[in-house]
Design a protein around this ligand. Structure first.
Ligand SMILES: *Cc1c(COP(=O)(O)O)cnc(C)c1O
Length: 433
C-alpha cells in the first residue's frame, strides 16, 4: 500500500501552523485527529485506533469508504479524462448523470444544472428564482420566504436564507439581504401554523420570488424534523401567489430520511430542488440544481435569456462518473431496507437516553438519530466519550447526532447508538456539575 497518508510529527506541526479547519480559528484551539485511511464504515487514525463513522462524513458517505464500485468508476473515468471544461463541451458522464437524477427526482424536475458544492447550488437556485420572476415581468420580486431553523450553506446568498438567530451566520445579519422568515415548522401541522404561513406570504407576495426550505428535516439549523403536511401548505401558497417552491435536499436527498427524497414524504414536487452531499457517495464535491420546464423556459424566454452561472469545474467528469455509480447503487432499492433497519435500531437504542439528566429530546427519522441536550455540550467531552466507545461523532451546540452510512452493519449501528448515549451521559454529567 502506498504511504501517501502516512502521518508524521512534521505534518502535525504544519497542520497547526498552516491549515485552517472548518468553523475554527487560525491557529486552531482544538487539534484534529489525523486520519490515515478509511474502509467500509471505519476511519483509521494515525495512532492505530479504528472508529466507526457515525457521521458518514457529514451525510455524504452513504455507501461507506472504498466501495469497490465507486473506486472502479473513479479509476475507469481517470483512464479517459479527469476533467474538461463544460462551456461549449459536453461528455457522457454528465449526460448520464443528469438523466439519472431527473429519473430519480420527484416528477417534473426535468433539467439539471451542475454545481461544485451545496452552497453554490443554493446560490444558483436563488438566482434562478429571481431571474424567473424578472422574466415574468416581476422585477420587484427579489426576496425569499423561508422558515426559522433552516440551514442552506455558508456563502452569502445561502447564509441570507439560513436562520440568523443562533446560527453560525448571526455575525452577518447586517450585511445580508433581508428575507422573510416564518416560524419553525411544527412536528405536527396545526391550523394556526398554516394560517401563519399563508398570512406572511400574502403580506409580502409582491416582493417575494420564492419559498425555500429543507423539506421535513432541518439539518445544521437544529436537526429538527417536521410534518410533511407543511410542504403541502407551502405548495398551495406558492401556487396561489405565483411563487416558486425550492426544496434544499442537499442533506435529505438520496434516501437519508427513509424516502428517496424528503419531498416524497408529502408526495409532491418543488419547482426547483438542490442536491449534493451524498450524490457522489462522499467521494468528490459535487451538487446539482434540478428545475421544471416551466422554470427553465421562463428564464430562457426572458430579457436575459441565459442563466449567468458557470463554475470552472462544472460537471467535472470524474465527479459525474462517481455520482452516476453512487446513484446507481441506489437503484435496486436495498438502501430502503438498510435505512429502515438503522431507523429501527437507533429508535430502540437511543430511547433510553430520554431518562438521562440534561437530555431534552430524543428523535429518529430514517438513518438520522438525535439526542438534544438542554445545554450546549462541550464538544471535546462528548467526542471523547464517543471515541472511547470506538465511534466518531461531531456534536454541535446542544445536539448530539448521527447519520451513519446506509451499509453500517447492525452491530456497528448498535455501537454508534451506545456511543451517542455515552456522549449524552458525559455531557449531562458535565452540565450538572
Ligand atoms: C450542507 C448543506 C448545504 C451546503 O452544502 P456545502 O456542500 O457544504 O456547500 C446546503 N444546504 C443544506 C441543507 C445542507 O445540509
Amino acid at each position: 500500500m502506498s504511504d501517501v497518508n502516512k502521518w508524521t510529527p512534521e505534518l502535525a506541526s504544519a497542520d497547526r501552523d498552516t491549515v485552517w479547519h472548518p468553523y475554527a480559528p487560525m491557529p486552531s484551539t482544538v487539534e484534529p485527529f489525523p486520519v490515515v485511511g478509511a474502509d467500509g464504515v471505519r476511519i483509521r487514525l494515525a495512532d492505530g485506533r479504528e472508529l466507526i463513522d457515525g457521521m458518514a462524513s457529514w451525510w455524504s458517505a452513504i455507501h461507506g469508504y472504498r466501495h469497490p464500485v465507486l473506486d472502479q468508476a473513479a479509476r475507469d473515468q481517470m483512464d479517459s479524462m479527469a476533467h474538461v471544461m463544460f462551456g461549449g463541451l459536453t461528455h457522457a458522464p454528465a449526460v448520464r448523470l443528469a438523466e439519472r437524477l431527473t429519473a430519480l427526482a420527484p416528477a417534473g424536475l426535468a433539467h439539471v444544472f451542475f454545481a461544485d458544492s451545496g452552497s453554490v447550488s443554493v446560490e444558483v437556485a436563488i438566482k434562478m428564482c429571481l431571474q424567473y420572476q424578472r422574466s415574468q415581468g416581476h422585477a420587484a420580486r427579489t426576496r425569499l420566504m423561508t422558515v426559522r431553523g433552516g440551514y442552506h450553506g455558508d456563502t452569502f446568498g445561502a447564509m441570507a436564507v439560513t436562520d440568523p438567530a443562533g446560527s453560525m451566520h448571526q455575525l452577518w445579519a447586517d450585511v445580508l439581504p433581508r428575507h422573510v422568515f416564518a416560524d419553525r415548522p411544527p412536528a405536527t401541522l396545526t391550523e394556526e401554523y398554516a394560517a401563519h404561513l399563508a398570512d406572511l406570504a400574502a403580506r409580502h407576495a409582491d416582493t417575494l420570488a420564492a419559498i425555500i426550505v429543507e423539506p421535513v428535516v432541518q439539518g445544521a439549523g437544529g436537526m429538527h424534523f417536521y410534518d410533511p403536511e407543511v410542504l403541502k401548505v407551502l405548495r398551495a401558497i406558492c401556487d396561489e401567489h405565483g411563487l416558486l417552491l425550492v426544496f434544499d435536499e442537499i442533506a435529505t436527498g438520496f434516501g437519508r430520511t427513509g424516502e428517496l427524497f424528503a419531498a416524497d414524504h408529502a408526495g409532491l414536487a418543488p419547482d426547483i430542488m438542490t442536491v449534493g452531499k451524498a450524490m457522489t457517495g462522499g467521494y468528490l464535491t459535487m451538487a446539482a440544481v434540478l428545475c421544471t420546464t416551466g422554470v427553465a423556459h421562463g428564464i430562457s424566454s426572458g430579457e436575459a435569456p441565459v442563466l449567468m452561472h458557470g463554475p470552472t469545474f462544472m460537471a467535472n467528469p470524474l465527479a459525474c462518473a462517481v455520482a452516476y455509480a453512487s446513484t446507481g447503487l441506489l437503484l435496486d432499492g436495498t438502501w430502503r431496507a438498510q435505512v429502515a433497519g438503522i431507523e429501527k435500531l437507533l429508535t430502540a437504542h437511543l430511547e433510553p437516553a430520554r431518562e438521562l439528566p440534561g437530555v431534552a429530546d430524543v428523535r429518529v427519522l430514517g438513518a438520522i438519530g438525535v439526542i438534544e441536550m438542554e445545554q450546549p455540550t462541550d464538544m471535546r467531552t462528548a467526542t471523547k466519550a464517543a471515541m472511547d466507545e470506538g465511534v466518531w461523532i461531531r456534536p454541535f451546540g446542544k445536539l448530539l447526532y448521527v447519520m451513519p452510512p446506509y451499509v453500517t452493519p447492525e452491530e456497528d449501528v448498535e455501537r454508534i447508538a451506545a456511543a451517542l448515549v455515552a456522549a449524552a451521559r458525559a455531557s449531562g454529567a458535565g452540565s450538572a456539575a
